[in-house]
Design a protein around this ligand. Structure first.
Ligand SMILES: [Zn+2]
Ligand SMILES: [Zn+2]
Length: 648
């Protein structure tokens, strides 16, 4: 008999060789129907893998991330079989599950796959799935595995197998199809009820541009047709909310080939929006005791040699700029931290003066390959809402709590309610990987966990995910479409204070090293605005949106009155504009809707005589005729309900 420990801690006895599926059946028939993959002692196994020793077992259904992974990876086998049948001579390479779906990289004998071929591939794959074939793993010797793929003339799989240890090689069979695979499948092809091929793209073998180019077929699959329909609707909505599209429509930013790839140009409305975000954060930071600093866009190469950034990123970054006469070398600033360390170093500090909190909206430049660039989310120049806190180890606890407070305030004011935190700590098995004393690490990790707990964050602890120089906390937000984004990091650092020889005089009159915290609640202005655009679909919170109201005179006769309305709105600090083109009100409303302006103030005969405005909200709600004064009150009430001031 063997003892199986289940996630709730209960231990059950089974015959040696019992499978995860049998364990599921012993719990309930319902679970057995839904279970699609399993992990035994933290290793992915098949539902049919015989368990031969004591251990802990987790069973997964479609609702678990691991379950989806097995589902999508299994579908990649089915799609690979379909491709083999439809494109004889195709060479298969790798087909992993990804965040949403899977891909398979194939070397086509000739021609290409285009969108018009997708339905045929989907049909063929579904036909195979409906055959309800079991996925079955078997061990193969290295020589047999090599023979199998050499006969097919598949040099890719041969290369993969050559790098594997004999005795560790497995094949997976279903129907007439066989693939080299480590495992992690659903029990049977019949569970896959809906398959969609999403796109094709070029991909180099092993990501190396000197190697052959393959065709990457992306797809996704679901256990119900309804799930696929919903997913496609979500994709449609994501397309509508694509920040590149909205940024253009709302005239926020643009790119110019002449200026260069990955270098956003902010248009007046976008620049004003950024400015409002900056002011918002500056105001809160001031209350939290931060001081603003300003540093240049370049720094001597030596600065980054000291910080360690040059050794780490120098080769893969923008290359140094040389001065003509002295032959000095400068780098475009990839990070603000080294500059801030030198600001700290300008004079000695006593422990009584700490923490020092230096903040800067610092623009940094990092080289990204042109293929990696994407709108505002992957750029070559961006502005971080950066700050560095220098404190004593004993102050870490309090500082962390205050940074979390600030981050929560920022997220809340911008309409993000659904977020979690990830706390990254050391890998205790490999202490040699980390710089700094064990005592300090323990203090810092405990400080982060205490702060997360005390602030009521929904957090997970990830062991081994900390950087070599310190533990950290990342905020993950869930957007309106259910996608997860990593935002604002709070990072403890023992490395830079060491490298820059930062000191303070302690109460014992000895010199000590301060601890440094890096933090940026937005991350970067660029990425944050992109995320905010996609989260809100361009309907920014009222306090932030570029134009809060538009005045629409129903005819030329009322233009004068409309101008008067505009003036009083401006006097009340409402950002408004006027549309006095010779167009119908209907058309003006449609266009204002497109521009996502929250309030349309329609003014006609009655409004003029009773000095009111007829208010229509974005989306169509009619608020009727109200006085200008009441309208201004309405706007400020709404703003005050989302934008509270920090620490009040
Ligand atoms: Zn597989
Ligand atoms: Zn930093």
């Amino acid at each position: 008999m063997i003892e199986i420990t289940l996630p709730d801690g209960s231990i059950k006895e089974f015959e040696k060789g019992a499978t995860p599926m049998e364990v599921a059946k012993s719990i309930s028939e319902g679970l057995a129907r839904n279970v699609i993959s399993a992990k035994f002692n933290d290793i992915t196994v098949e539902c049919s893998t015989p368990l031969t020793k004591n251990g802990s077992l987790t069973l997964y259904t479609w609702n678990d991330k691991e379950g989806k992974k097995a589902f999508w990876h299994s579908t990649s086998h089915i799609v690979a079989q379909a491709l083999e049948e439809l494109y004889p001579g195709v060479k298969l390479t790798i087909g992993p599950a990804i965040e949403n779906g899977f891909y398979y990289d194939v070397d086509l004998p000739e021609g290409n796959i285009s969108e018009k071929d997708f339905p045929t591939i989907e049909q063929k794959a579904l036909e195979i799935a409906r055959g309800k074939h079991d996925f079955e793993m078997r061990d193969v010797s290295k020589s047999d595995a090599l023979k199998f793929y050499k006969e097919q003339g598949n040099e890719y799989k041969v290369e993969l197998i050559e790098n594997l240890e004999d005795g560790s090689i497995t094949f997976c069979d279903h129907d007439t199809f066989t693939d080299l695979c480590r495992g992690g499948h659903i029990p049977n092809t019949g569970i896959v009820k809906a398959i969609k091929i999403l796109s094709v793209a070029g991909a180099y073998w092993r990501g190396d541009e000197n190697k052959p180019q393959l065709t990457r077929v992306y797809g996704i699959s679901f256990p119900k047709q309804k799930d696929l329909t919903e997913y496609l609707e979500l994709l449609e909505e994501a397309k509508k909310r694509d920040h590149r599209k909205l940024g253009k429509e709302l005239e926020l930013f643009t790119f110019s080939q002449k200026v260069g790839q990955g270098l956003p140009l902010w248009l007046p409305k976008g620049a004003a929006l950024r400015e409002r975000l900056e002011q918002f954060l500056k105001k809160a930071q001031k209350k939290a005791g931060y001081e603003m600093v300003v540093t240049p866009h370049i720094g001597q190469k030596e600065l980054y040699v000291t910080s360690g950034h040059y050794a780490k990123y120098g080769e893969d970054s923008f290359q140094p700029i040389r001065t003509p006469k002295e032959d000095e070398e400068f780098l475009l600033k990839p990070m603000n931290c080294p500059h801030h360390c030198e600001i700290y170093n300008t004079r000695p500090f006593s422990y009584k003066e700490l923490p020092k909190r230096y903040a800067e909206f610092g623009t940094v430049y990092r080289y990204e390959q042109s293929g990696e660039l994407h709108g505002l989310t992957r750029v070559r120049g961006f502005t971080q809402d950066d700050a560095h806190i220098f404190c004593t180890p004993d102050q870490l606890d309090q500082e962390f709590k205050e940074v979390i407070d600030l981050s929560l305030y920022v997220l809340g004011s911008l309409g993000f309610e659904d977020f979690t935190a990830q706390v990254s700590v050391r890998d205790l098995e490999n202490p040699e990987k980390y710089i700094g004393s064990v005592e300090n690490w323990e203090k810092a990790e405990q400080a982060i966990i205490n702060a997360a707990k005390e602030k009521g964050l929904d957090y997970v602890i990830e062991s081994g995910e900390a950087a070599f120089y310190g533990p950290k906390l990342d905020f993950m937000v869930k957007d309106a479409l259910g996608r997860h984004w990593q935002l604002g990091t709070i990072q403890v650092d023992y490395n830079l204070p060491e490298r820059f020889e930062l000191t303070y005089k302690g109460s014992d009159n000895e010199m000590h090293r301060p601890v440094m915290i890096h933090r940026a609640p937005f991350g970067s202005m660029e990425r944050f605005i992109a995320l905010l655009l996609e989260h809100t679909g361009g309907n920014f919170p009222l306090w932030l949106i570029p134009d809060q109201a538009i005045v629409l005179p129903v005819s030329e006769k009322h233009e004068k009155y409309a101008e008067k309305v505009l003036k009083s709105l401006e006097n009340n600090e409402i950002r408004a504009l006027i549309d006095n083109r010779n167009e119908t009100v209907g058309k003006k409303i449609r266009e204002a809707e497109m521009k996502k302006i929250p309030f349309m103030l329609i003014v006609g005969e009655n409004d003029e005589s009773s000095t009111t405005v007829s208010v229509r909200r974005h989306g169509g709600e009619d608020l009727g005729a109200i006085s200008i004064e009441n309208f201004c009150d309405l706007v400020s009430t709404e703003i005050n309900s989302t934008l509270k001031s920090f620490k009040e």
